[in-house]
Design a protein around this ligand. Structure first.
Ligand SMILES: C[S@@+](CC[C@H](N)C(=O)[O-])C[C@H]1O[C@@H](n2cnc3c(N)ncnc32)[C@H](O)[C@@H]1O
Length: 258
């Protein structure tokens, strides 16, 4: 990847960063209008409100990302754990002839109405259940029958950057997956080097606050590969990218050993 294209990717990243700052007054105003003015002084609540506002405006995927989402999510089959579906930009990619049940694990309740509307529009109403908690909350997941070996497919689309204690949580997800189960991944990760990694390290001082805990510098592939024994380990940087961009992704699938 040329230095020029690394600079271009940093430019695009800086647009998100600027938008993250610019949306803060709107997020604060939203909290006041909802009758929660004191949440402005609570770092994590302001951070979540800011990301909620920003994602609703800027979260819709580009045509190129839609393609990658479709390539990833359409492989899901059986009982599915859909991690952090947000406002539901991804749910229309499920192949209804292959999935029997989907649990959408979405802790941000402000996203639930849009998510439910997207689920309905995708014709998944009868099989898609929204679970309003974080994926690390194994006690709540158990109440829905989500426990060791119970899930055929896990879908992780731009969410492992935001989960707490990623190494431990991904190891827990490995256990939830049935032997032979599929872990589908489209995630942004730490860049391999170059200008992208320098920009990530600098931006990451404020990025998690602006984006509700999203960590730009997460070695997610290493956590996934290290979670347990896999029969197939096939994660790659999407075509046309080299892993040196400011927002650099990994896409593919893992199959748990039987
Ligand atoms: C960047 S958004 C991606 C949304 C959606 N997957 C998409 O690609 O359009 C990250 C999502 O992960 C959710 N999230 C954050 N922490 C989570 C957790 N601990 N468990 C499950 N989802 C989480 C956020 O609420 C948010 O909806």
């Amino acid at each position: 990847m040329t230095v020029l294209s690394q600079i271009r990717s940093i430019f695009y990243g800086s647009i998100y960063l600027t938008a993250g700052f610019a949306s803060l007054p709107f997020a604060a105003l939203g909290l006041i209008l909802k009758g929660r003015p004191f949440d402005i002084f609570n770092k994590s609540k302001l951070s979540e409100a800011n990301f909620t506002f920003l994602w609703s405006i800027m979260g819709r995927p580009s045509a190129a990302v839609e393609k990658l989402m479709n390539k990833t999510i359409s492989q899901a089959y059986g009982v599915v754990l859909d991690l952090g579906p947000g406002t539901g930009f991804t749910v229309h990619h499920f192949d209804k002839s292959k999935v029997t049940k989907v649990f959408g694990i979405e802790p941000n309740k402000a996203f639930h109405p849009a998510l439910q509307a997207a689920v309905d529009a995708a014709g998944l109403t009868d099989i898609y259940t929204i679970v309003g908690t974080g994926v690390e909350d194994s006690e709540t997941l158990k109440k829905f029958g989500i426990e060791e070996g119970s899930i055929d497919t896990i879908v992780a689309c731009m969410v492992l950057c935001s989960i707490p204690e990623p190494k431990a949580t991904i190891a827990q997800l490995y256990k939830i997956l049935a032997p032979g189960g599929l872990f589908l991944v489209l995630e942004h990760v730490k860049a391999k080097g170059g200008l992208g990694v320098i920009a990530q390290d600098l931006a990451n001082v404020v990025w998690p606050f602006l984006m509700a805990g999203c960590d730009l510098c997460r070695p997610t592939e290493a956590y996934l590969y290290g979670a347990g024994e896999w029969e197939v380990k096939d994660l790659k940087h999407p075509e046309g990218t080299g892993g040196y961009e400011f927002i650099t992704s990994t896409q593919g699938r893992l199959i748990k050993a039987k």
